[in-house]
Design a protein around this ligand. Structure first.
Ligand code: FEO
Ligand code: CA
Ligand code: CA
Length: 663
C-alpha cells in the first residue's frame, strides 16, 4: 500500500444521476444487447492485410457467438472440483489436461534442452521464462496458433540450489534472472482433433521469440522524449532496455499484445540517493527511499548500474507502462505506450466505443489504488492497420470515481445487503490528460502520464481493494473488474463498492457504461460477487443459492467464453486451499452460480485464463508452484509438473469427448 492521499472512500462525491435501476438485473442486460448490438471485440481479431492472421479462425477466443441472450441456462453442466491441497492440476470428471510449455523449454530453434543443474543466461534467453502470467493466443488457421505468455518475475530461491539472496548470488544467476523475465511467443498445434494443444518443437517456428528484461524497446505517445524519461543511457528519453514484472495483459483488435508492467518498483536500489524533490514520486509507487537494500532484491544493479537510482534517478520512470508487442513481427521493437499512464499496471483490455474509438480498461493493482480507462482520439478502422497502429498514442486517460446509492449507515461491514437490495451505485470517468493537455491542476500532461497515481489522487478517484484484471463481456457489454483483496481496509474506510473491512477474499465489480457505450463518461455499477466461503455471511453470490456454489477467494484474472460466462482465476486463496479457475454466469437464472472448474498445484496461482472461441480448450498459466517460505530445490513443496523441481507452466484442459468447456 502506498496511497496516503485523503481521497474520499466515498464521502462527498456527487453522483451523476444515471437511470440504472434494474439495469443490472439479468433480463435487462440481455435486452441491452438486443438494443445496442454490442459485442466484445475479438481478443485477437487479426488484420485483414496479413494472410498469416486467420480472421475467421474458430480458435481466436472471445469471439462472441450471441450466447444465451440472457435467458435460461448458462449451458454449464460440469461437476465442480472440490477444494484441495494436492500437488497436481485437477479438472472435472470427463476432462483431461496437459502441460503445453514449461519453464526452460526451448523457444528459439536451436535452444538447448533445459538443464536445471547447469543453467546459463545465454540458454535462458532462448528458453521459456519463469513465472508465467498473462496467456493469449493468436490463431494461424484452425489447428495452429501463436501462444503469448508473460514471464512476470523470478523466484531465485526455487531456481538455484543454495541461493540465499541477490547480494550473494553469482553474476550468472543474476543474468539468468534478467533473461527469465519478459515474455515468450511460441508456436503451438492442436493434437489430433481434440481440444489438446502442444508446443511445436521442430521446423522453422519463425515467430518464436523471447522478450527479456534486456530487449530493446521504444517509447511512444505524449511522454516519449520527456525530460522525466531521459537518462545517461538514453539522453533523448525515447528508448529503453526491457520490461519488468509483466503481469496480466490484453490484446488489440489489430492482433497485438498489450502487456502490463506491474510490480517494477522492486527491482531498483539506491532510492536514498535521488534528489530530495523526487523522493515523493518514489514513495507513491512503493519504492524504498532508505539506504537499505530492499529485502528480496535480485540486485540487478550488480550487473547493470541503471538499476541503481542513486546513479540514474530517472531510470525507474521508464518502467510501469503498457507495452505493445506484435507476435507476428519477431524482429519488431516493443513499444511502451505512454498515453496509457504509469502505475502497477495489471492489464489493458480493449473494446470499441459506439463511435468507433478504441477503449482500454486498466487496473492499478495495489491496495487502495484506482482503475482507469483510455479512449483513443481517432477511430478504429477494421483492416486499416497502418492507421490503427497509432491509436494508442493519442487519446484521453480517465480514472474512475464511484458513488454508492445507499445510506452509509447501511454499509456496516457485515456483508448484509443495503435496504435497496444491492451494493451498487453510479460512477464517473474523470479525465486526467488528453494528448498534451492536462486536466490535473499543478501537473503537466507528461507529469500526469509518468506520475499517474499522484494525478488520480488530486482528482479524488475512488480507492479500491486491489484492482486487477478488467474485461468486457462479449454478450452483454458489461465490464468486470476483479478486486483481489485488501486486508488493510478498516471499518472506517468502507464504502459501498468496497464494503468489507479487512477484505481477505475480494470481490467482483460489474460496470454498465452509460448506454452500454465504452466511450461514455458515466456508468452504473454493482457487486455481483463478494467472495469467500459461502457459509460466511459476508459473501454474496448475486442472490444465487449459496448452498450450491463453490468457495472462491482472491479473484485475479478474468475472461469470458463466447456465451458470456465469466471465468475467474484466483491468486492467494485465503481459505487455505489451492488456487483455481472458476466460472460464473453473469446473466439468466444462473447468475452468481460460481463453480470451480480446476485447481492448480500446491502454492501456485492460476493465471490466464484463455478460452478459445470454439470453447473446446481452456489455457491457464500455473504460476509459482511450490512457492512457500523456506522452500528450496532440495526441499521443494511442489514437484509439479514432472516430479522433480517445480516449473511454472502453461497448461490446457479439454473435454475428452470434445464438448464445450464447462458442459
Ligand atoms: Fe501480478 Fe496483480 O498480479
Ligand atoms: Ca445500494
Ligand atoms: Ca494478476
Amino acid at each position: 500500500m502506498s496511497n496516503p492521499s485523503d481521497n474520499a472512500y466515498f464521502g462527498d462525491i456527487v453522483a451523476e444521476a444515471i437511470s440504472r435501476r434494474g439495469a443490472l438485473r439479468a433480463g435487462a442486460l440481455g435486452a441491452l444487447v438486443v438494443s445496442t448490438g454490442v459485442v466484445g471485440v475479438g481478443a485477437a481479431l487479426p488484420a485483414a492485410a496479413d494472410p498469416v492472421r486467420d480472421k475467421e479462425s474458430v480458435i481466436g477466443g472471445h469471439g462472441g457467438n450471441g450466447g444465451n441472450g440472457g435467458h435460461g441456462s448458462s449451458g454449464l453442466k460440469f461437476t465442480p472440483v472440490p477444494p484441495n491441497k494436492l500437488d497436481e492440476l485437477t479438472v472435472p470428471a470427463g476432462y483431461d489436461h496437459s502441460v503445453v510449455v514449461r519453464w526452460g523449454d526451448p523457444v528459439l530453434p536451436g535452444a538447448p534442452a533445459f538443464n536445471f543443474n547447469n543453467q546459463t543466461a545465454a540458454a535462458q534467453a532462448t528458453q521459456f521464462g519463469y513465472n508465467c502470467d498473462f496467456v493469449t493466443l493468436f490463431p494461424m488457421g484452425k489447428d495452429r496458433a501463436l501462444l503469448w505468455v508473460n514471464h512476470e518475475y523470478t523466484d531465485e530461491n526455487l531456481m538455484f540450489r543454495g541461493y540465499t539472496d541477490g547480494t550473494a548470488a553469482t553474476e550468472e544467476q543474476i543474468k539468468i534472472g534478467l533473461a527469465a523475465h519478459g515474455g515468450s511467443v511460441v508456436e503451438i498445434a492442436r493434437v489430433g482433433k481434440s481440444g489438446k494443444w502442444a508446443l511445436v518443437t521442430s521446423g522453422r517456428r519463425k515467430y518464436n521469440r523471447r522478450i527479456t528484461a534486456q530487449t530493446p524497446m521504444r517509447f511512444s505517445g505524449p511522454a516519449a522524449g520527456s525530460d522525466l524519461l531521459k537518462t545517461a543511457a538514453d539522453p533523448h528519453g525515447k528508448v529503453v532496455k526491457g520490461m519488468l514484472n509483466n503481469c496480466a495483459g490484453g490484446t488489440t483488435p489489430w492482433g497485438t499484445i498489450l502487456t502490463a508492467e506491474e510490480n517494477w518498483n522492486q527491482y531498483f536500489v539506491g532510492g536514498n540517493g535521488v534528489p530530495e524533490a523526487q523522493k515523493a514520486n518514489l514513495t507513491r509507487y512503493g519504492v524504498s527511499t532508505t539506504a537499505a537494500i530492499p529485502s528480496g532484491s535480485r540486485r540487478f544493479d550488480r550487473i547493470e548500474e541503471r538499476f541503481d537510482l542513486a546513479k540514474h534517478p530517472h531510470e525507474i520512470n521508464r518502467f510501469g507502462w503498457i507495452v505493445e508487442i506484435d507476435p507476428f513481427d519477431p524482429d519488431g521493437t516493443p513499444i511502451k505506450r505512454t498515453a496509457l499512464g504509469r502505475m502497477a499496471h495489471e492489464a489493458a483490455t480493449t473494446t470499441i466505443a459506439k463511435d468507433g474509438k478504441l477503449v482500454a480498461y486498466m487496473g492499478d493493482d495495489s491496495r487502495f489504488e484506482y482503475f482507469f480507462k483510455f479512449v483513443s482520439k481517432n477511430r478504429y478502422i477494421p483492416g486499416f492497420d497502418r492507421h490503427n497502429r497509432d491509436l494508442l498514442d493519442e487519446g484521453t486517460l480517465y480514472v474512475a470515481k464511484l458513488t454508492g446509492d445507499s445510506p452509509a449507515a447501511e454499509i456496516d461491514g457485515t456483508g448484509k445487503l443495503p435496504a435497496d437490495g444491492a451494493f451498487d451505485g453510479s460512477g464517473v470517468w474523470i479525465p486526467l490528460v488528453s494528448g498534451n493537455k492536462s486536466f490535473v491542476p499543478g501537473m503537466t500532461a507528461q507529469e500526469v502520464l509518468v506520475f499517474t497515481r499522484t494525478a488520480a489522487d488530486k482528482v479524488g478517484a475512488t480507492k479500491m481493494d486491489r484492482p486487477e484484471d478488467m474485461e468486457r463481456n462479449p454478450v452483454n457489454g458489461a465490464i468486470y473488474l476483479a478486486l483481489t483483496n485488501n486486508t488493510n481496509r478498516t471499518a472506517a474506510q468502507l464504502d459501498e463498492a468496497n464494503p468489507r473491512p479487512s477484505n481477505k477474499h475480494g470481490h467482483i465489480l460489474e460496470i454498465v457504461e452509460y448506454r452500454n457505450d465504452a466511450g461514455a463518461t458515466k456508468f452504473a455499477w454493482s457487486l455481483p460477487l463478494i467472495c469467500g466461503d459461502p457459509n460466511d455471511p459476508s459473501t454474496y453470490f448475486a442472490g444465487f443459492d449459496k448452498t450450491k456454489v463453490s468457495p472462491i477467494s482472491c479473484p485475479d484474472n478474468v475472461a469470458f467464453d463466447a456465451d458470456g460466462n465469466l471465468w475467474i482465476s484466483t491468486d492467494g486463496n485465503a481459505l487455505g486451499t489451492n488456487d483455481g479457475l472458476f466460472v460464473m454466469p453473469t446473466q439468466g437464472k444462473e447468475r452468481g452460480f460460481v463453480r470451480q472448474f480446476l485447481t492448480v498445484p500446491f502454492a501456485a496461482e492460476t493465471c490466464g485464463p484463455f478460452i478459445t472461441a470454439d470453447q473446446r480448450s481452456v489455457f491457464v498459466a500455473v504460476q509459482h508452484p511450490g512457492e512457500t517460505t523456506g522452500a528450496t530445490p532440495d526441499a521443494p513443496t511442489s514437484r509439479w509438473p514432472d516430479g522433480d523441481q517445480p516449473r511454472p507452466s502453461v497448461a490446457v484442459a479439454w473435454h475428452k469427448q470434445g464438448k464445450k468447456i464447462g458442459s
